[in-house]
Write a protein that binds this ligand. Sequence first.
Ligand SMILES: [Zn+2]
Length: 70
Amino acid sequence: MAALPKKKVSKARRGKRTLAHGFKPAELVACPRCGKLKTTHTVCPHCGYYKDRLVFEPKEKTKVTKAKKE
Ligand SMILES: [Zn+2]
């Protein structure tokens, strides 16, 4: 006889284990305006544009650009 589990795994225990199986990383696409990666269907955080419309003025100095320069 093959090895068998000693106890039935309850629905709650099985659910807790498999909870994260459906999680997916956010889809990233290149921004058509600045070329940097952004999540789909959102305003680009780098240039502030969404579908050729300026939503907000991007700040020139950010922590990301500072880290790249140094
Ligand atoms: Zn952009």
